[in-house]
Design a binder for this molecule. Structure first.
Ligand SMILES: C[S@@+](CC[C@H](N)C(=O)[O-])C[C@H]1O[C@@H](n2cnc3c(N)ncnc32)[C@H](O)[C@@H]1O
Length: 267
Protein backbone atom coordinates (compact mmCIF):
# COMPACT_ATOMS: atom_id res chain seq x y z
CA UNK A 1 0.00 0.00 0.00
CA UNK A 2 1.41 3.35 -0.92
CA UNK A 3 0.95 6.89 -2.05
CA UNK A 4 3.75 7.47 -4.57
CA UNK A 5 5.18 10.89 -5.41
CA UNK A 6 2.71 12.63 -7.75
CA UNK A 7 5.36 14.51 -9.75
CA UNK A 8 3.84 17.82 -8.72
CA UNK A 9 7.08 19.42 -7.51
CA UNK A 10 6.86 18.70 -3.77
CA UNK A 11 10.09 19.23 -1.81
CA UNK A 12 11.00 15.52 -2.12
CA UNK A 13 10.62 15.25 -5.90
CA UNK A 14 11.95 16.81 -9.11
CA UNK A 15 9.14 17.48 -11.52
CA UNK A 16 9.66 15.75 -14.86
CA UNK A 17 7.50 14.87 -17.88
CA UNK A 18 4.67 12.46 -17.24
CA UNK A 19 6.35 9.92 -19.55
CA UNK A 20 9.62 9.98 -17.57
CA UNK A 21 7.79 9.88 -14.29
CA UNK A 22 5.75 6.84 -15.30
CA UNK A 23 8.80 5.05 -16.73
CA UNK A 24 10.56 5.39 -13.37
CA UNK A 25 7.47 4.25 -11.50
CA UNK A 26 7.06 1.22 -13.76
CA UNK A 27 10.53 -0.03 -12.77
CA UNK A 28 9.42 -0.02 -9.14
CA UNK A 29 5.99 -1.51 -9.89
CA UNK A 30 7.63 -4.40 -11.74
CA UNK A 31 9.50 -5.31 -8.53
CA UNK A 32 6.42 -4.85 -6.35
CA UNK A 33 4.44 -7.26 -8.53
CA UNK A 34 7.31 -9.74 -8.37
CA UNK A 35 7.40 -9.83 -4.57
CA UNK A 36 3.62 -9.70 -4.09
CA UNK A 37 2.08 -12.80 -2.51
CA UNK A 38 -0.38 -14.73 -4.69
CA UNK A 39 -3.19 -13.81 -2.27
CA UNK A 40 -1.92 -10.26 -1.93
CA UNK A 41 -3.08 -6.84 -3.07
CA UNK A 42 -1.57 -3.58 -4.21
CA UNK A 43 -3.32 -0.35 -3.18
CA UNK A 44 -2.05 2.67 -5.10
CA UNK A 45 -3.29 5.97 -3.72
CA UNK A 46 -2.96 8.89 -6.15
CA UNK A 47 -4.39 12.25 -7.12
CA UNK A 48 -3.76 14.37 -10.20
CA UNK A 49 -0.61 15.56 -11.92
CA UNK A 50 -1.12 19.14 -13.14
CA UNK A 51 0.92 20.62 -16.00
CA UNK A 52 0.25 24.12 -17.36
CA UNK A 53 -3.20 24.00 -15.83
CA UNK A 54 -3.98 20.69 -17.55
CA UNK A 55 -5.11 17.83 -15.30
CA UNK A 56 -3.67 14.33 -15.74
CA UNK A 57 -5.56 11.84 -13.56
CA UNK A 58 -2.69 9.62 -12.43
CA UNK A 59 -4.81 6.56 -11.77
CA UNK A 60 -5.78 6.46 -15.45
CA UNK A 61 -2.10 6.24 -16.40
CA UNK A 62 -1.22 3.82 -13.62
CA UNK A 63 -4.08 1.46 -14.49
CA UNK A 64 -2.40 0.39 -17.73
CA UNK A 65 0.93 -0.22 -16.05
CA UNK A 66 -0.56 -2.55 -13.45
CA UNK A 67 -2.76 -4.26 -16.05
CA UNK A 68 0.25 -4.83 -18.30
CA UNK A 69 2.00 -6.49 -15.37
CA UNK A 70 -0.86 -8.96 -14.99
CA UNK A 71 -2.75 -7.47 -12.05
CA UNK A 72 -6.55 -7.27 -11.85
CA UNK A 73 -8.42 -4.21 -10.63
CA UNK A 74 -10.91 -4.95 -7.82
CA UNK A 75 -11.97 -1.43 -6.89
CA UNK A 76 -11.22 2.13 -7.80
CA UNK A 77 -11.95 3.73 -4.44
CA UNK A 78 -12.83 7.40 -4.31
CA UNK A 79 -11.44 9.05 -1.20
CA UNK A 80 -13.36 12.29 -0.87
CA UNK A 81 -12.48 15.09 1.51
CA UNK A 82 -14.19 18.33 2.35
CA UNK A 83 -11.28 20.75 2.33
CA UNK A 84 -8.48 21.80 0.01
CA UNK A 85 -7.33 24.53 -2.35
CA UNK A 86 -9.98 26.57 -4.11
CA UNK A 87 -9.44 26.58 -7.88
CA UNK A 88 -10.36 29.58 -9.97
CA UNK A 89 -10.12 28.12 -13.48
CA UNK A 90 -11.68 24.73 -12.84
CA UNK A 91 -13.80 23.10 -10.15
CA UNK A 92 -11.93 22.57 -6.90
CA UNK A 93 -10.56 19.03 -6.57
CA UNK A 94 -12.01 17.20 -3.60
CA UNK A 95 -11.10 13.58 -4.11
CA UNK A 96 -8.22 11.25 -4.79
CA UNK A 97 -8.39 7.59 -5.64
CA UNK A 98 -7.03 4.27 -4.45
CA UNK A 99 -6.60 1.64 -7.14
CA UNK A 100 -6.88 -1.77 -5.51
CA UNK A 101 -5.34 -4.57 -7.59
CA UNK A 102 -4.83 -8.26 -6.87
CA UNK A 103 -2.38 -10.72 -8.32
CA UNK A 104 -4.83 -13.63 -8.57
CA UNK A 105 -8.53 -14.38 -8.13
CA UNK A 106 -7.93 -15.98 -4.72
CA UNK A 107 -7.11 -12.85 -2.79
CA UNK A 108 -7.64 -12.06 0.89
CA UNK A 109 -10.78 -9.98 1.48
CA UNK A 110 -12.22 -9.67 5.00
CA UNK A 111 -15.34 -7.61 4.46
CA UNK A 112 -16.61 -8.14 8.02
CA UNK A 113 -13.63 -6.31 9.49
CA UNK A 114 -14.53 -3.04 7.74
CA UNK A 115 -18.31 -3.03 7.60
CA UNK A 116 -20.07 0.24 8.44
CA UNK A 117 -23.43 0.53 10.17
CA UNK A 118 -26.55 0.02 8.12
CA UNK A 119 -28.90 2.98 8.17
CA UNK A 120 -31.81 0.96 9.57
CA UNK A 121 -30.36 -2.10 11.31
CA UNK A 122 -33.72 -2.91 12.94
CA UNK A 123 -35.69 -2.87 9.71
CA UNK A 124 -37.35 -6.20 8.88
CA UNK A 125 -38.81 -7.72 5.73
CA UNK A 126 -42.53 -7.09 5.91
CA UNK A 127 -43.57 -9.68 3.33
CA UNK A 128 -42.26 -12.63 1.34
CA UNK A 129 -40.43 -15.74 2.53
CA UNK A 130 -38.09 -13.69 4.78
CA UNK A 131 -40.98 -11.82 6.47
CA UNK A 132 -40.05 -10.85 10.05
CA UNK A 133 -36.30 -11.32 9.52
CA UNK A 134 -33.88 -8.40 9.65
CA UNK A 135 -33.36 -7.08 6.13
CA UNK A 136 -29.78 -5.88 6.65
CA UNK A 137 -26.70 -7.66 7.91
CA UNK A 138 -26.50 -7.03 11.69
CA UNK A 139 -22.72 -6.72 11.37
CA UNK A 140 -23.22 -3.65 9.18
CA UNK A 141 -22.97 -3.11 5.46
CA UNK A 142 -20.30 -3.01 2.79
CA UNK A 143 -18.65 0.44 3.01
CA UNK A 144 -18.79 0.85 -0.81
CA UNK A 145 -16.08 2.32 -3.00
CA UNK A 146 -16.68 5.92 -1.99
CA UNK A 147 -14.93 6.86 1.22
CA UNK A 148 -16.25 10.26 2.01
CA UNK A 149 -15.48 12.87 4.61
CA UNK A 150 -18.31 14.25 6.61
CA UNK A 151 -18.67 14.71 10.33
CA UNK A 152 -21.97 12.93 10.73
CA UNK A 153 -21.03 9.67 9.08
CA UNK A 154 -23.49 7.70 11.18
CA UNK A 155 -26.48 9.48 9.71
CA UNK A 156 -25.04 9.62 6.24
CA UNK A 157 -23.77 6.03 6.29
CA UNK A 158 -20.41 7.00 4.94
CA UNK A 159 -16.83 6.78 6.12
CA UNK A 160 -15.30 9.83 7.68
CA UNK A 161 -11.61 10.09 6.81
CA UNK A 162 -10.33 13.66 6.83
CA UNK A 163 -7.12 14.30 4.92
CA UNK A 164 -4.15 15.18 7.09
CA UNK A 165 -3.96 18.97 7.35
CA UNK A 166 -2.50 21.37 9.91
CA UNK A 167 -5.13 20.82 12.57
CA UNK A 168 -5.23 17.02 12.21
CA UNK A 169 -4.02 14.95 15.15
CA UNK A 170 -1.54 13.08 12.92
CA UNK A 171 0.07 16.03 11.15
CA UNK A 172 3.88 15.96 10.94
CA UNK A 173 6.44 17.93 8.90
CA UNK A 174 5.60 15.83 5.81
CA UNK A 175 3.76 17.88 3.14
CA UNK A 176 1.43 15.09 2.02
CA UNK A 177 0.75 12.42 4.55
CA UNK A 178 -2.28 10.24 4.26
CA UNK A 179 -4.32 9.30 7.33
CA UNK A 180 -3.54 6.12 9.24
CA UNK A 181 -7.26 5.39 9.23
CA UNK A 182 -7.37 5.30 5.43
CA UNK A 183 -4.66 2.64 5.43
CA UNK A 184 -6.26 0.70 8.25
CA UNK A 185 -9.35 0.07 6.17
CA UNK A 186 -7.21 -1.45 3.42
CA UNK A 187 -4.97 -3.37 5.81
CA UNK A 188 -7.88 -4.86 7.74
CA UNK A 189 -9.80 -5.83 4.62
CA UNK A 190 -6.93 -7.10 2.47
CA UNK A 191 -4.54 -8.81 4.87
CA UNK A 192 -4.64 -11.23 7.77
CA UNK A 193 -2.88 -10.87 11.11
CA UNK A 194 0.88 -11.50 10.79
CA UNK A 195 0.83 -10.84 7.03
CA UNK A 196 3.41 -8.43 5.62
CA UNK A 197 2.63 -4.96 4.29
CA UNK A 198 5.15 -2.99 2.21
CA UNK A 199 5.14 0.73 1.49
CA UNK A 200 7.82 1.64 -1.10
CA UNK A 201 7.22 5.40 -0.58
CA UNK A 202 6.73 5.35 3.15
CA UNK A 203 6.99 9.07 4.02
CA UNK A 204 6.48 9.40 7.77
CA UNK A 205 5.34 5.81 8.06
CA UNK A 206 1.53 5.99 8.00
CA UNK A 207 1.25 2.59 6.27
CA UNK A 208 3.73 1.02 8.66
CA UNK A 209 1.85 2.40 11.66
CA UNK A 210 -1.57 1.26 10.41
CA UNK A 211 -0.11 -2.21 9.86
CA UNK A 212 1.69 -2.58 13.20
CA UNK A 213 -1.36 -1.23 15.04
CA UNK A 214 -3.38 -4.09 13.57
CA UNK A 215 -0.86 -6.88 14.25
CA UNK A 216 0.59 -7.03 10.75
CA UNK A 217 4.30 -6.89 9.92
CA UNK A 218 5.48 -3.90 7.93
CA UNK A 219 8.34 -2.64 5.78
CA UNK A 220 8.68 0.99 4.78
CA UNK A 221 11.14 2.42 2.24
CA UNK A 222 11.76 6.17 2.31
CA UNK A 223 14.57 8.14 0.66
CA UNK A 224 14.40 11.34 2.73
CA UNK A 225 16.10 10.91 6.11
CA UNK A 226 14.00 13.59 7.81
CA UNK A 227 10.76 11.71 7.01
CA UNK A 228 12.28 8.33 7.86
CA UNK A 229 13.35 9.67 11.27
CA UNK A 230 9.86 11.00 11.98
CA UNK A 231 8.42 7.64 10.90
CA UNK A 232 10.72 5.76 13.28
CA UNK A 233 9.78 8.10 16.13
CA UNK A 234 6.10 7.52 15.38
CA UNK A 235 6.63 3.75 15.54
CA UNK A 236 8.31 4.20 18.95
CA UNK A 237 5.38 6.38 20.07
CA UNK A 238 2.91 3.77 18.87
CA UNK A 239 4.70 1.11 20.92
CA UNK A 240 4.65 3.38 23.98
CA UNK A 241 0.93 4.05 23.41
CA UNK A 242 1.43 7.79 22.96
CA UNK A 243 1.09 8.15 19.18
CA UNK A 244 -1.42 10.78 18.14
CA UNK A 245 -3.86 9.36 15.63
CA UNK A 246 -7.45 9.65 14.70
CA UNK A 247 -9.06 6.37 15.77
CA UNK A 248 -10.68 4.05 13.28
CA UNK A 249 -14.23 5.26 13.48
CA UNK A 250 -16.59 2.84 15.10
CA UNK A 251 -19.75 4.93 14.78
CA UNK A 252 -21.42 5.78 18.04
CA UNK A 253 -25.03 4.83 18.23
CA UNK A 254 -27.33 7.72 19.06
CA UNK A 255 -30.24 6.40 21.11
CA UNK A 256 -32.33 9.45 20.30
CA UNK A 257 -32.72 8.30 16.70
CA UNK A 258 -35.80 6.45 15.49
CA UNK A 259 -36.59 2.92 16.58
CA UNK A 260 -35.51 1.55 13.20
CA UNK A 261 -32.04 2.92 13.84
CA UNK A 262 -31.51 0.71 16.88
CA UNK A 263 -29.11 -2.18 16.54
CA UNK A 264 -31.10 -5.39 16.99
CA UNK A 265 -30.24 -7.71 19.86
CA UNK A 266 -29.44 -11.06 18.26
CA UNK A 267 -30.60 -14.31 19.84
C1 LIG B 1 3.24 11.04 -1.19
S1 LIG B 1 4.59 10.81 -0.14
C2 LIG B 1 4.07 9.47 0.90
C3 LIG B 1 3.59 9.92 2.23
C4 LIG B 1 3.14 8.77 3.12
N1 LIG B 1 1.98 8.10 2.57
C5 LIG B 1 2.82 9.24 4.53
O1 LIG B 1 1.67 9.18 4.98
O2 LIG B 1 3.76 9.72 5.18
C6 LIG B 1 5.79 10.04 -1.17
C7 LIG B 1 7.12 9.77 -0.46
O3 LIG B 1 7.95 9.02 -1.34
C8 LIG B 1 9.30 9.39 -1.09
N2 LIG B 1 10.07 8.96 -2.28
C9 LIG B 1 10.07 9.49 -3.51
N3 LIG B 1 10.84 8.80 -4.36
C10 LIG B 1 11.33 7.76 -3.64
C11 LIG B 1 12.19 6.67 -3.94
N4 LIG B 1 12.70 6.51 -5.17
N5 LIG B 1 12.47 5.80 -2.97
C12 LIG B 1 11.97 5.95 -1.71
N6 LIG B 1 11.16 6.98 -1.36
C13 LIG B 1 10.86 7.87 -2.30
C14 LIG B 1 9.22 10.87 -0.85
O4 LIG B 1 10.32 11.35 -0.12
C15 LIG B 1 7.90 11.00 -0.07
O5 LIG B 1 8.12 11.00 1.32
Amino acid sequence: MTSPPYNVGKEYETKTSIENYLREQEEIIKELVRVLDSKGSICWQVGNFISDGEVFPLDVFYYNIFKNHGLKLRNRIIWQFGHGLHSSKRFSGRYETILWFTKTDTYTFNLDSVRVPSKYPSKKYFKGPKKGQYSSNPKGKNPSDIWEVVLNDWEQEIWDIPNVKANHAEKTAHPCQYPIELVERCVLALTKENDWVLDPFAGVGSTVLASLKNNRNAVGIEKVKKYKDIGIQRVKDLKKGILQFRPLEKPIYDHTLSKLSQIPVLP
